[in-house]
Every structure is written in C-alpha cells, then in structure tokens.
Design a protein around this ligand. Sequence first.
Ligand code: SIN
Length: 325
Amino acid sequence: MSANLTVLATGGTIAGIAGSAIGHEYNAGEIGIDAYLETVGGLGLSATLSGRQIANIDSADMGPQVWNALHPAICEALTDEGCHGVIVTHGTDTLEETAFLLDLTLPAHKPVVVVGAMRPADAVGYDGLRNFANAVRVASDRSAAGRGVLVVMGDRVFAARDVRKVRTRGSEAFRGFPRESVGLVTPASLDWFGAPWRASMEAAFGWRDDLPPVPVVYLHAGISAEDVARQIGREACGVVIAGVGEGNMPEAVRRVLREVAARGVAVVRASRADEGLVDREVDDTANGFIAARALNPQKARILLQVVLANEKRAPEDIQRAFDGR
Ligand code: SIN
C-alpha cells in the first residue's frame, strides 16, 4: 500500500536557488512547496504527498515563531487517520535543534522525518532529491514508529537526540553521537540497526509556546568571571556552559556559576569539544550544576528550555532529563 505523507516545508538549501549550477553563493528558501512537490512527483516515489508551506527561510532565522506554527501543523497531521507520516523540510544549519525539540514534544506512533540538503536545487550534484526520496522511504515505513523524530541526510538515518551538523560543506555533513546512525537508507532500501527504542509512544514533554530565555556561554582560555556573569545577565532562567574539555571551567567562573545556581537559575555543563560525554563530577551536587551528558551545547539548551517550560526546576529532576530518564 502506498503511504499518504504530509510534507511541511520551512525552507533551507533544500529549497535554495543559486542561479548557476557551479556557483557557491545562493539563497536558501526560494522554492515553494507546490513547485517542489511537482519536481519530486517525477521521481516515481511510491507515496502520495500533500504539502504545506510553514515558512520559507534560511534556518539561521529558525526559532519560536516558526516552531509555534510547525508543531501544531505536525500534531494535526499525526491525528489525521489518513496520514501515515510527516516529512519536514528544513535548512541544515539549525536542523538538529528543531528535530530535537520536536522529538521531545511529539508522540512517536507515526514517523516524523526531518530532511535537508547541502547544495541548492539548481547546483550540480544537488543532494536534495535523493535525501527527499530517502525521507519518503523512511516516513512510509511502519517500523519507523517508536523511534522518535528521525533525520535523513546522506543515505543515513539519525535519531534526533544524536544528530549534529559537523561540517559546513559536503554530503557527509551530519553525524550522530553517541549513536552514529540508526539506519541506512536509499530510495530503494531501508535497513534499521536494531528495534524501536521508545518506551512510550506518548510525547516525553508537553508543548509550550513560550520557551524561557536560556543563553549558551562559550568558554575560552582567558575568559573572565565578569564576562560570564555579563553574558548570563539577570533574565535567564537557565544557562548552558560550553565548557572546555569535559565541561570544565576556570575557578573564578565556577564561583560565579555557583552563585547563579544559588539564585535558582539552572546551570548545565556541556562541552565545546565536538564529541564527548560530560558526566557528573564530584562537586556538581554541592554546586547545583547539571551535566549535559552526550548533548552538545545547542541541544542542551533546547532540552533545558523544554524542561524548564514544563515546570521542572530542581537540579536532580533536570539531570534525569539529561540522563535520558
Ligand atoms: C539553512 O540552514 O537554511 C542554509 C544552509 C542549509 O540548508 O544547508
């Protein structure tokens, strides 16, 4: 049976135009969803696609305004009995943040797949058509349910919690950590590495359209405690520290963060290193700090916003969310 899929378009390079097959500069978010579906209609995909334009932006501009339109649109599609799965087209620059936000706040009983492209639609070697055809294959697969939101890029399927953009160019721009990928896909085949992992099909967290302010503070050699305090300000409900090494920091910065945590602001220690776990250290309980575990700073920020918006404020409750429990 051919699947009925809803395609929600937000823009990005997958809908970008360069005006030249070999040029480097281009505008993201140029092609509308109707024109896009007409193009992919020629691929012979075994799915019926219906499209809706949510936005048509460069994903550098992605944020609460578009998320607050996208989330209800996905929920609407998921409650439609005739819809078997959802595909979200998205710019690659902030794709990991949107995918993770959706993963935390959507049910998992039908596939939701986020897909992008690294080259604009008129470039030689446009990867968007293949990625889209792969996304159709994944979103049509019943056993994609129970795996949360999935990201399809470069013939691989990633879990939203793991995926990250690691390169600015090329078809190998995405990687997963700590799980490298959860499946391999081509337009004609799909191989999963293991069974669905979600214990519940319910959304892990409630959707809130007013995510609280949470800055990310990037540490570097020579950073002062005053600089860190200035960047956190007085409005933040939480802060993510992109620390050195395993979420480490200068002693003077630690003192400032201890004071910030004592005011009731959630302090999460992540790492500015590309890949690596940040586990709890002996002083974290006394300091009131939370360890980001395998999440990079930008994804730790999303989780912290969602957790705080869901009224979880005690460090031990927040830590459980970062531990994935
Ligand atoms: C964007 O993120 O919208 C531009 C870059 C891309 O999609 O690869």
